[in-house]
Design a protein around this ligand. Structure first.
Ligand code: EPU
Length: 456
């Protein structure tokens, strides 16, 4: 099991290309099940979760060929997917349990193959993660859904004794915490092949949904309003193959922005989706970071320079996580790490996954002063963090601990970085290229640790 050994205290400086987005790529890969034609995706990052989705698609009758990027600084590799056996429709627990995003195959498989059986994903380190909204949406399209032995089985309505098509409907996808990103992806993928018109109200507005709609439109789907809370879809009988470039990863970019603030560094990000990071950039500016964004470029693929707060130091701020375009939950832990060194008290409220604070106890071990009550934490800035052995518990919490280690005095050991490898490609190499003193160490001593759990 790998760990990172980090000697903190170096100002990070240099240039990085933001990789393709994990959370955009996962539903795009699943959407390949919607067509008999070949699907080519570019800028696909080489990550454990992406490899997990390749494995699942292979089990579901696809031929998957991945060519990793030739240079370490490219945005990602190229994958080509071709369905060869459309008769399989069972995503087994062995795969689903290692990768929660397996649920994104439900909508495409149901719409194209007439039935889908997927193990119900369990809870994970960041909370309960129900899928009731996904199922409500698919039922509204006419799917017959049953739960049996831990599996969800969904079937399209029968027509002349055979599996027929789903039927368009008006669907409300809001839940107690707002909309659902992967639920919107699932319903959208099912509705593109349904008969008639579907209107999704309270659809997720995340950029990953816009990217999915862009790809489906290139495949021949008829979708209006993606990126807004109301998405309208006119169903079509079939979709074609496609060649599509995945959007850059806003969470990876946002994490390196926090690294610049935290180490008082100077990092330039190429292929930076600044347009998708407005809330994060706003909060970091209030905390003292300086941004220079090239306004002439595509706002989703811009050149963005981030500098630390200089002698003024990091300023305390308030932040609440919200659905897009609000501040993303996937950057809460990283921002929290940065605010441990602010000059005063910051307040962070988590409104998407209210239990997503496993990093708090570990940061406290490094000298951070954090008080939590329910979904809110008060972070009282301290003068310094001190390196310590810490345990990563989920993907973004791991990134938060790496950031803390980069700014801490002495050595920080971040254990179990397999969580990090789910969502950050070769993070240690990228940080080293910016001047960080960080090594990946294979810790053979550690035995008897449970298998990785799907979180993203
Ligand atoms: N929710 C329900 N019912 C549902 C679905 C969701 O109540 O049927 C609740 C959730 O419990 C949560 C909220 O709605 O409180 C939002 O969850 P959502 O469904 O949007 O999350 P997701 O689609 O499963 C994706 C990302 C997460 C990211 C969330 C929120 C992927 C693969 N995962 O998950 O990414 O935190 O959206 O933006 O896209 C990560 O990358 O670290 C990660 C966890």
């Amino acid at each position: 099991m790998d760990r990172f050994d980090i000697r903190g205290g170096t100002r990070l400086a240099g240039r990085l290309t933001v990789k393709g987005s994990k959370n955009a790529a996962l539903p795009l890969l699943a959407a390949a099940l919607l067509t008999d034609g070949p699907v080519v995706l570019r800028d696909v990052p080489d990550l454990a979760d992406i490899r997990g989705m390749f494995k699942l698609l292979t089990e579901l009758g696809c031929k998957v060929d991945y060519t990793p990027a030739e240079s370490a600084d490219a945005a990602g590799g190229v994958v080509r997917i071709q369905v060869t056996d459309p008769t399989i429709s069972h995503a087994r627990y062995e795969i689903v349990r290692t990768m929660r995003a397996s649920i994104c195959t439900l909508g495409p498989m149901l719409a194209k193959r007439g039935s889908a059986r997927i193990s119900l994903p369990g809870g994970c380190a960041i909370g309960e993660r129900p899928v009731d909204l996904h199922l409500r949406g698919l039922s509204a399209l006419g799917a017959d859904i049953t739960l049996d032995s831990g599996d969800i089985t969904a079937r399209t309505p029968k027509a002349n004794g055979k599996a027929g098509r789903l039927r368009g409907a008006r669907i409300f996808l809001g839940g107690p915490f707002g909309s659902t990103v992967l639920g919107t992806a699932n319903v959208m993928c099912a509705a593109v092949l349904a008969e008639g018109t579907t209107v999704i109200e309270c659809a997720a507005c995340e950029p990953e949904i816009v990217d999915l709609a862009d790809m489906l439109t290139k495949m021949g789907a008829n979708i209006a309003g993606a990126g807004s809370p109301r998405v309208t879809i006119q169903g079509v009988a079939r979709l074609n193959g496609v060649d599509h470039r995945v959007i850059p990863d806003r969470i990876e970019a946002g994490t390196y922005m926090c690294a610049a603030l935290m180490t008082n560094g100077d990092i330039t990000l190429d292929n930076c989706p600044a347009d998708a990071l407005m809330a994060h950039i706003d909060r970091l500016q209030h905390a003292g970071a300086k941004f220079t964004v090239d306004e002439q470029m595509d706002p989703m693929r811009t050149l963005c320079r981030v500098q630390g707060a200089g002698t003024r130091g990091i300023q305390p701020i308030e932040v609440t996580t919200q659905p897009h375009p609000g501040f993303p939950t996937d950057l809460q832990a990283q921002l929290l790490a940065s605010l441990t060194l602010a000059d005063g008290n910051s307040v962070i409220t988590e409104r998407i996954f209210t239990e997503r604070f496993l990093h708090v106890a570990e940061l406290t071990r490094m000298g951070a002063s954090i008080f939590r009550q329910g979904p809110t934490v008060i972070v009282s800035g301290v003068r310094r963090l001190v390196g310590a052995p810490v345990m990563a518990s989920d993907l973004r919490a791991s990134a938060c601990l790496v950031l803390a280690g980069l700014a801490a005095e002495g050595t920080t050991i971040v254990n179990r970085v397999y969580h990090l490898d789910r969502g950050y490609e070769r993070m240690e190499d990228r940080l080293r290229s910016l001047g960080a003193q960080i090594e990946r160490v294979n810790d053979k001593e550690e035995v008897g640790v449970p298998a990785a759990q799907g979180v993203g």
